[in-house]
Design a protein around this ligand. Structure first.
Ligand SMILES: [Zn+2]
Length: 468
């Protein structure tokens, strides 16, 4: 098999093999179209969105009995979000399909009686018929709560939790709808999170049942950068699951052979417990961050756990259905400003108020989300059937794969890292081939493969499975 290493790849390989620090060819080149979209992200617009959301008094899921015409409650908020997305669509000649996913949640934990839930979403349909069925999705939850789990109408401003994540999804829709991408982007805003992830669970199950090809889910929840002492204004945490939740539930396991025991045994045997699709998504975000936000000093901090202790989020609903999904959350949370009745006690202010949110921080989180969505939607599909050939005991490593479906790929990037490293460290670019050999022992490093197009848009990375 012939190989066509690029110049950058050759340079990198020689440096990598001589023990030099990782070289920037790992990081994709910045696409001017994406840079333009990021320049369009507006902190003042995000502030307006959050303040508007707060103005509905309470967006508690159980306030869905309150009529939207009162201008208060979750229905009014849903109407406003829908109208906002529709206005962006009008600006782009109807490029967004604005929809609702409405259903009745039957009584359950934290839902005392049948309750109407409405998820709102907009679809920016992919411009390439061969790639439009590929979907990347950004999400936030617009429901809010105060100290009482089931207080439907008491003030629950929910500026940070999760007005901020809602604003990220809405602002991504606004700036990305001015551009075209081969694959589809969905901007989702869900209800029912605080009562038990009911909105996202319904949406994710619908997506699974209808066979949607969702490649990545970016869930934003508490990304306000609360302005209290100890906050790191330049860091957003990205949480990702290790052992996929879907593998631990045999009835949900994605591959027919994947009984829980078999699947976990395979992960253990191959040392793949740190390379779930969600974790590859987190690593992808880290590289996108370097490509587009390095100059601003804004960075993503990968946290290798599904979520924070005692807390959960909508990414879990998608993980449960077998989709790659991560959670963005500010670096340091102020628990006086979450799930609290608005009040002052002993000079301490409680409540999730708009004044505690750092809007330029939310704008940076939005840029990181938008850059990730745009890069994935512009990129070729990930290569298929990626294998590492293990039948011969040799000290180099051969990967083989099927071509990236959809016709966008012009080449492939082999990534590798030390087994103790958290992020990919090295890469080598190849032309339009389906096999490559790297002069390193597969026993000593982890490998992955991305597809790339001629402009350097990279697919998500795929971990090879051993082929004997
Ligand atoms: Zn939340």
């Amino acid at each position: 098999m012939k190989m066509f290493p690029s110049l950058g790849g050759l340079l990198l390989t020689s440096l990598a093999l001589s023990g030099q620090a990782p070289v920037s060819v790992l990081v994709p080149p910045a696409d001017p179209q994406i840079v333009a979209a990021l320049g369009d992200v507006s902190a003042p617009r995000i502030q307006q969105t959050v303040q508007k959301l707060v103005s509905f008094g309470s967006r508690h899921t159980l306030s869905s009995e309150v009529s939207a015409s009162s201008g208060q409650g979750i229905n009014a908020a849903a109407e406003w979000i829908k109208g906002e997305l529709e206005s962006y669509s009008k600006d782009c000649g109807g490029c967004l399909e604005v929809k609702t996913d409405e259903f009745t949640q039957e009584p359950a934990n934290r839902v005392p009686k049948p309750t109407k839930l409405t998820n709102v979403y907009a679809i920016l349909r992919g411009s390439d018929p061969a790639n439009a069925s590929r979907i990347v999705l950004v999400s936030g939850h617009y429901d809010s709560r105060n100290s009482e789990t089931n207080d439907a109408t008491g003030p629950s401003p929910g500026a940070n939790d999760d007005g901020s994540g809602t604003a990220v999804s809405i602002e991504c829709a606004r700036v990305l709808s001015k551009h075209k991408f081969p694959a589809t982007i969905i901007f989702l805003i869900v209800a029912g999170e605080e009562q038990g992830l009911y909105g996202s669970a319904h949406f994710a199950k619908m997506a699974k049942a209808q066979g949607w090809n969702i490649e990545a889910v970016l869930n934003n929840d508490i990304v306000g950068g609360d302005k209290s002492a100890g906050q790191d204004r330049h860091t957003v945490r990205v949480f990702s699951e290790g052992i996929p939740l879907a593998l631990t539930k045999p009835n949900l396991a994605t591959s027919a052979s994947s009984s829980t025991d078999t699947a976990v045994r395979e992960l253990r045997g191959q040392g793949r417990e740190n390379d779930s699709p969600s974790r590859e998504l987190a690593r992808y975000i880290g590289l996108i961050d370097s490509a587009y936000l390095a100059k601003s000093g804004f960075r993503s901090l990968m946290v290798f756990r599904p979520d924070r202790y005692l807390r959960g989020g909508d990414q879990t609903s998608f993980n449960e259905q077998g989709f790659a999904a991560v959670r963005f959350t500010e670096y340091r949370e102020n628990y006086n400003h979450q799930h609290q009745n608005v009040r002052t006690e002993n000079g301490v202010e409680y409540g999730d108020l708009a004044k505690f949110v750092d809007y330029s921080y939310v704008a940076n989180v939005t840029r990181l989300n938008a850059a990730t969505l745009a890069s994935l939607a512009a990129a070729p599909a990930a290569p298929a059937q990626v294998r590492i050939l293990t039948k011969a005991l040799v000290n180099d490593s051969t990967l083989a794969w099927g071509p990236s479906p959809g016709g966008l790929a012009s080449g492939y990037v082999v990534l590798w890292r030390d087994t103790g490293a958290s992020q990919w460290e090295h890469s080598q670019t190849f032309g339009n081939v389906t096999q490559a050999t790297i002069p390193l022992s597969k026993d000593n490093v982890f490998f992955a493969l991305q597809a790339t197009d001629s402009k350097g848009h990279r697919s998500l990375s795929v971990i090879p499975v051993p082929e004997r």
